[in-house]
Ligand binder design. Structure first.
Ligand SMILES: [Zn+2]
Length: 270
């Protein structure tokens, strides 16, 4: 099993997909309890959802499940949302707050470090290399980090999540034109859409989004009801997906256009 896959493209947009992988090494799988082995907290079918939406796009995807180690968390272990319920670098619970490991089988600090080196670091080395390659060619790279989550998770948020949840670390991770390109299309889509609400962008968005250096990052967290069935076996729903994919395509095409236009301000608007 490869830790990650890179599908290189010749354009200025890079898709990050840290949570679509379902691979768990056998020795770690045996330590997950029945809840954990269900792998419920997967960004199911995220590669398929974005497949073919933009020619020339680069895709970097992790094949490792987030229960092994979460590629969208700070490798130093800092909480993404201090004071709120959230899952950690190597999660102890699922999104519903249920324990996922058998008794005494949670990872030790040494094991977390081993997993960081084996799985987290290689994915990010690849993502960083692709962003730097693109930035060297165009003077700009836009990382669009692709995520999805169940629509109703009381442990994490109240009520039903909007379809499009755009995150830019409250404006710090990209130029205003980048944020507006995505949010304006989301707002006009006919689906409900919010900006920098519950999901403001994970560690990936916050870490790579350095507009002053030419690397812009934006996260899209999509409610899974937009394209799939939100219960096991987590089937893709092509009829639903075909209604949301044109809006995602429009966002990526707009980002591509503004990246190539040379007009993006190399500063955040925070
Ligand atoms: Zn995700």
């Amino acid at each position: 099993m490869q830790v990650f896959d890179v599908i290189p493209g010749d354009g200025p947009i890079v898709l990050g997909q840290p949570h679509g992988g379902t691979y768990v090494p056998d020795d770690i799988l045996a330590r997950l309890n029945e809840t954990g082995q269900g792998l419920a907290d997967t960004d199911w079918h995220i590669t398929r959802l974005y497949d073919g939406l933009l020619s020339g796009v680069t895709v970097v995807k992790s094949n490792i499940h987030r229960y092994v180690i979460d590629a969208n968390r700070d490798p130093a272990g800092a909480s993404l949302y201090p004071g709120q319920n959230t899952t950690t670098l190597v999660p102890l619970t699922d999104f519903d707050g249920q324990e996922i490991w058998r008794d005494d089988q949670a990872a030790t600090d040494d094991e977390i470090e081993t997993r960081r080196t084996a799985f987290h670091a290689p994915y990010h080395n690849a993502l960083k290399a692709e962003l730097e390659r693109v930035e060297a060619k165009y003077g700009i790279a836009i990382l669009f980090d692709c995520h999805s989550i169940r629509s109703n998770i009381p442990f994490l948020f109240e009520g039903e999540l909007p379809i499009f949840n755009t995150g830019t670390n409250s404006g710090a991770s990209c130029a205003k034109a980048v944020e507006a390109a995505v949010d304006d299309i989301a707002q006009a889509s006919g689906f409900n859409a919010v900006l920098n609400q519950r999901f403001k962008g994970g560690w990936t968005t916050r870490h790579y989004g350095r507009p002053a250096t030419g690397i812009h990052a934006i996260q899209m967290e999509i409610s899974q009801r937009a394209y799939m069935h939100e219960a096991p076996p987590w089937d893709y729903a092509p009829d639903r997906a075909d209604r949301v994919r044109p809006h995602l395509a429009q966002m990526l095409e707009k980002l591509n256009e503004i990246a190539l236009s040379g007009t993006v301000e190399p500063r955040s608007h925070q």
